[in-house]
Ligand binder design. Structure first.
Ligand SMILES: NC(=O)C1=CN([C@@H]2O[C@H](COP(=O)(O)OP(=O)(O)OC[C@H]3O[C@@H](n4cnc5c(N)ncnc54)[C@H](OP(=O)(O)O)[C@@H]3O)[C@@H](O)[C@H]2O)C=CC1
Ligand SMILES: O=C(O)C1=N[C@H](C(=O)O)C[C@H](O)C1
Length: 309
């Protein structure tokens, strides 16, 4: 929004045919979007709903939740907005009704690795476009299922703009110089809040590039740090970030031990992922408006489209 305002100010002070065109593009670029953020009782759901409100996106006042007992009309509060909790037992009927009330409905999913396949089945069954940041599951199977369904979706294990750029860079290096690191040994260490049960989906995705660069490595070799003591003492995570952080280190050492590369991305909190998720939702709504033939995207597509703030 700030970017749009700034853009139109510049355009009005120096209008050339070129800037006039960009003004038109910007003006018509606001996609139709009614965003339903699921799992708002969870950490990412809550952060994304807050980021959507900050961005001026219309937030649908419902959120899917887990199977625990939920009183009828129970709500969760997001920045003063009450969202009605929808448990699995009623979600089919509720979503069909919401599709009628919100013609530009798009959902965000940050549930849990255990639930990911049932959530994908749900979005495909109801044909609701979705942005999925949830990790885990059989990623290839999910991609094939969503692609075949032609339901619009952005699916990615990391939505932080600069981390997505790092992933894209590693992928580019692997495609440009396959085998460039053959003979090197890889060590991957990731630290997250102790409630995170699975191995980082980001680390798993980045490892794929290192494998293409010639380093044999299985994702089961990724080292997980979940103990607060080790997080503070070894990983140097600040004490107030123990309940919300994502520290990743990828270290490559040459066979003779004389050369070492280290890549690191350390995130405190969840704002970067939440902001990126809103970018992904706006991007996807734009693709739907354009009736794009391509329906399945990842965050590298969103970044390449220049759609991340
Ligand atoms: N792509 C990215 O950039 C990022 C991805 N993540 C990933 O997001 C996921 C969630 O992380 P986080 O928010 O920390 O987890 P939380 O444990 O805080 O939240 C999980 C949420 O999932 C809900 N849930 C569980 N089962 C179901 C179900 N069957 N149907 C609907 N909702 C369900 C829970 O609802 P209830 O309270 O009712 O049980 C809860 O709201 C993880 O996979 C994590 O790795 C995290 C950060 C960034
Ligand atoms: O659960 C988290 O917190 C995160 N999950 C994602 C992952 O598994 O890679 C992204 C980030 O690391 C935070």
């Amino acid at each position: 929004m700030q970017q749009q305002l700034r853009c139109s100010r510049v355009a009005s002070s120096r209008i050339t045919p070129r800037t006039r065109t960009s003004m038109v593009v910007m003006a018509s670029a606001k996609p139709k979007l009614q965003l339903m953020v699921n799992s708002c009782t969870g950490k990412m759901g809550q952060a994304v709903a807050e980021a959507a409100l900050r961005a001026g996106v219309e937030l649908v006042p419902y959120t899917l939740c887990g199977p625990a007992d939920v009183a009828t009309n129970a709500t969760v509060n997001v920045a003063g907005h009450a969202l009605t909790l929808v448990p699995p037992s009623t979600r089919d009927a509720v979503v069909e009704e919401l599709k009628g009330r919100y013609p530009h409905l798009l959902m965000v999913d940050y549930t849990l690795p255990d639930a990911i396949h049932s959530m994908v089945d749900f979005y495909v069954k109801h044909r609701t476009p979705f942005v999925m940041g949830t990790t885990g599951g059989d990623r290839a199977k999910i991609a094939a299922q969503v692609e075949a369904s032609k339901v619009y979706a952005v699916i990615a294990p990391n939505m932080g703009k600069q981390i997505v750029a790092f992933q894209a860079t590693m992928d580019l290096m692997a495609k440009s110089f396959p085998g460039a690191f053959s003979g090197y040994k890889l060590r991957v260490v990731e630290s997250h809040q102790s409630t995170k049960k699975d191995t980082s989906g980001t680390a798993k995705a980045v490892v794929q590039s290192f494998v293409e660069l010639g380093v044999p490595f299985d994702v089961s070799q990724i080292e997980l740090v979940r103990e607060p003591k080790a997080q503070m003492e070894v990983m140097k995570v600040p004490a107030d970030a123990i309940n919300g952080h994502a520290y990743h280190t990828y270290q490559l050492v040459s066979g003779d031990g004389t050369v070492m590369f280290e890549f690191q991305h350390n995130v405190i909190g969840r704002t970067t992922y939440a902001e990126g998720t809103v970018d992904a939702a706006l991007f996807l709504a734009g693709r739907i408006d354009a009736n794009d033939d391509k329906t399945l995207y990842n965050m590298i597509d969103v970044l390449r489209a220049g759609a991340m703030r």
